[in-house]
Design a protein around this ligand. Structure first.
Ligand code: NAD
Length: 407
């Protein structure tokens, strides 16, 4: 099935980026929101994304106008009756999304595919409220969608293979790199990224290293930005919510760092509130606030200073171990896991992703360090059983010619 026309529901940050990405590939797209006025604000956002490209000399004003002809705004779902694919990008609220999926099911043609851009909600739970669960799936773009090549395609329990093939083909046609991910909390990228970010916060909270040192060490490793810069950019409220969902699903190993929760409570949400782990726009007058240091001190009053040892292996191996667990569970292939982390999070290209990285260090070494961390830092580092099997079988990584990959 070919996708000739797309509907986007929700004209906010992601909805407008997604509409732009679709129109740039020459496919007509209609945006809807709670009212015509909000949908039109989405249209303006699309225009601004194009305008930035014009300003950089990447396209002409005439090309901008041509592309804008492909994007329209509407209120109500009547405008979606002849689209082949709907991408829902409304606020992250299961009840709201289920309500909309019911309405979309009634309004759209029986052949249309209904996709959700949800970051963490159950795709199966969305499919279950429709009469077409075979045609419902997750299509997860990353922010900013115009710059991030990766999309995760997440079938629910009822999704049929033809729907997956169509959406993978569609994602390729809009020049994205789709990977199919088995449904699990956080899908693939957020599930692997969060333990890495959380371990950076735990390290800071325990006084293992300063914020700057942690960021510096990980950028020196090759990450595009350090974990605290990334947390501030993503928004600590959003990260806290993702952490909460992962904790609920995976249990104690994903317990959010108390400092993350304290930051959210104190209103230090990152760039959007001008203060997070770092301070932004210092020229603006601001309310008195609790500093990160004060929040750490308050935690220490309960736990006592811990002064654990810092090494960049802490966040990196937290990510590697989670990557091995997802591989074990069949969430994605080793190749796709590495591709996703390079394309979706900027894991250094020369290191080719967390599993290639583990192969390079050597699986015995990874296992050894995880065991040590598990004893000294906490059982969240309990090694994925597959690592021990690999060591026993001689799949010890690049030097042995075989590990997660063959060399
Ligand atoms: P946003 O708040 O910027 O936009 C949400 C839009 O949904 C708003 O325009 C709102 O008016 C609209 N909306 C709310 N109720 C509606 C209804 N009943 N009918 C139609 N429209 C309605 O949110 P966002 O950041 O764009 O996130 C949207 C989705 O994308 C969420 O599921 C989020 O988890 C996911 N997501 C967000 C990011 C990100 O970085 N922001 C990244 C990946 C995925």
């Amino acid at each position: 099935m070919y996708i000739y026309r797309v509907g986007v529901v929700g004209a906010g940050t992601m909805g407008s980026q997604i509409a732009q990405v679709i129109s740039v590939a020459g496919i007509p797209v209609v945006i809807t929101d709670v009212s015509r006025a909000t949908a039109e604000r989405g249209l303006e956002r699309v225009r601004r994304i194009y305008q930035a490209r014009v300003d950089k000399g990447k396209m002409t004003s005439e090309q901008l106008e041509e592309k804008m002809l492909l994007v329209s705004a509407a209120d109500g779902f009547a405008a979606l009756k002849d689209v082949d694919l709907v991408i829902e990008a409304v606020s992250e609220d299961l009840r709201l999304k289920q309500h909309l999926f019911r309405e979309l099911d009634a309004a759209c043609s029986p052949g249309a595919i209904l996709a959700s851009n949800t970051s963490a909600l159950s795709i199966s739970a969305l499919g279950s409220v429709t009469k077409r669960p075979t045609k419902v799936l997750g299509l997860h773009f990353f922010n900013p969608a115009y710059a991030m090549p990766l999309v995760e395609v997440i079938p629910g329990l009822g999704t049929d293979p033809q729907t997956i093939d169509t959406v993978v083909g569609f994602a390729e046609s809009i020049r994205k790199a789709p990977i199919v991910v088995k449904e699990c909390a956080g899908f693939l990228v957020n599930r692997l990224l969060m333990p890495y970010l959380n371990e950076a916060i735990v390290s800071l909270q325990e006084g293992a290293a300063s914020l700057k040192q942690i960021d510096q060490d990980l950028t020196a490793f090759g990450m595009p930005v350090g974990p605290f810069t990334l947390l501030d950019t993503l928004g600590l409220d959003i990260c806290g919510e993702v952490a909460r969902i992962l904790h609920k699903s995976y249990g104690p190993r994903m317990a959010p760092a108390p400092l993350l929760e304290a930051m959210v409570k104190a209103g230090r949400l990152g760039v959007k509130t001008s203060r997070g782990f770092y301070e932004y726009n210092l020229s603006q007058p601001r309310e008195p606030e609790q500093t990160v240091e004060q929040l750490i001190q308050a935690i220490w009053q309960e736990t006592g200073p811990q002064r654990t040892r810092w090494t960049q292996a802490r966040p990196l191996l937290a990510m590697v171990n989670e990557a091995v667990l997802t591989l074990q569970e069949g969430i994605a292939s080793a190749r796709d896991i590495d591709l996703a982390m390079v394309a979706g999070t900027g894991f250094p290209q020369d290191k080719e992703g967390p599993l290639h990285y583990a192969d390079r260090i050597g699986i015995e070494q990874v296992l050894h360090e995880l065991e040590e961390f598990s004893q000294t830092l906490g059982t969240r580092f309990w090694p994925a059983p597959l690592l021990r099997r690999m060591v026993d079988a001689g799949f010890t990584g690049r030097d042995a010619g075989r590990g997660f990959f063959m060399y």
